[in-house]
Design a protein around this ligand. Structure first.
Ligand SMILES: [Zn+2]
Length: 60
């Protein structure tokens, strides 16, 4: 599952149709409204990581 960065909802990347690419990373959205909000100001949604838990997923 991926997390919609706008509303923090879980979205299934296999079935989701609303996606956006930003800085080489693909983001998934529950609805076009969330994508529109993200496209308007991506940094606003990416810069709001709460807490300090750096798990280091090594996903790349
Ligand atoms: Zn959403």
């Amino acid at each position: 599952m991926a997390i919609d960065p706008v509303c923090k909802m879980e979205v299934d990347e296999k079935s989701v149709t609303t996606t956006s690419e930003y800085k080489g990373q693909t983001y998934y959205f529950c609805c076009p409204n969330c994508k529109a909000s993200f496209d308007k100001d991506p940094e606003q949604y990416l810069g709001q990581h709460e807490g300090h838990d750096h798990h280091g997923h090594g996903h790349h």
